[in-house]
Design a protein around this ligand. Structure first.
Ligand SMILES: [Fe+2]
Ligand SMILES: [Fe+2]
Length: 270
């Protein structure tokens, strides 16, 4: 395989627990993460984004266990917050030299000509997500200041419906100003998220919107009520070569599925 200019992986919903004996819906999430790390180390991505729901119980002990489990990962890793995370507890374990503030965990980094934005859509104490006015302002400033850089945006909650009633109630509740911002900045190549515990992707305007399977239990893509399926955990790998993007879903049962041509949704922005 020729080396891509850039290769990165998006994992999400690791749902790690400090208690090694506790299964979640029959799944040992630590074992899933260990297997995923073996696969990622063979794929040698330039970086990995872990898209929130890093742990299941908002506890420092679970973050400590996550940190321990991630030690064999060779690639740099960036973290997002999900509805099962706790910002201060996360900071105490992963950034012990800084203040353990409960401010949103967000940031930006560049690799080559590309820019990657990490947003925090979590709302403490809530399952659904939202962006604060401050975070939307920050996003707008970022996009204005780097209009020439192809950009990927990562967040935890889905900003567009997936037509599963119970999950759509728990998505990004103030998606409209976010979608409007994305539609006004042509450099946004993709918006990537987790939370829905299944891979769903489509084009919305110029932009790819893509969710990943959980590195834990999966939610049914058809049942309108909550249902856990036996589908395999997995993650997305993206390669950029000569400005062209290719992507695959890597499942822990061994399947590697190239992302097909994506259906385009009509854009509706008020
Ligand atoms: Fe989750
Ligand atoms: Fe979530």
């Amino acid at each position: 395989m020729t080396r891509a200019d850039l290769r990165f992986a998006h994992i999400s919903d690791l749902h790690i627990l400090a208690d090694a004996s506790r299964l979640q819906h029959g799944v040992d999430t630590a074992a899933v993460l260990r297997q995923a790390i073996d696969m990622l180390n063979r794929l040698r991505p330039d970086f990995v984004v872990a898209g929130g729901d890093l742990i299941s119980d908002e506890s420092e002990d679970s973050y400590r266990r996550l940190q321990e489990l991630l030690r064999p990962l060779t690639a740099p890793i960036h973290f997002l917050m999900g509805n099962h995370d706790a910002r201060a507890a996360f900071r105490r374990i992963f950034h012990p030299s800084g203040p353990p503030s409960a401010d949103p965990v967000c940031g930006a980094f560049e690799v080559g000509s590309m820019r990657f934005l990490l947003l925090d859509s979590s709302l403490p104490g809530k399952e659904e997500g939202a962006f604060s006015a401050g975070q939307l302002r920050w996003l707008e400033e970022e996009l204005r200041a780097h209009a020439d850089r192809p950009t990927w945006i990562f967040l935890h909650h889905q900003p567009l419906p997936i037509y599963i009633r119970w999950l759509d109630r728990l998505g990004l509740t103030n998606a409209e100003p976010f979608l409007s911002l994305v539609s006004r900045h042509a450099q946004v190549a993709a918006v990537a998220y987790g939370h829905v515990h299944q891979a769903r992707s489509f084009r919305y305007g110029r932009t790819l919107f893509a969710s990943v399977p959980a590195l834990a239990f999966q939610f049914s893509p058809v049942n309108q009520e909550p249902e856990i399926t036996q589908d395999s955990p997995g993650f997305r790998v993206v390669e950029i070569t000569g400005g062209q993007m290719r992507q695959w879903l890597h499942f822990l049962d061994g399947r590697v599925v190239p992302e097909p041509r994506l259906p385009a949704l009509p854009v509706y922005v008020r």
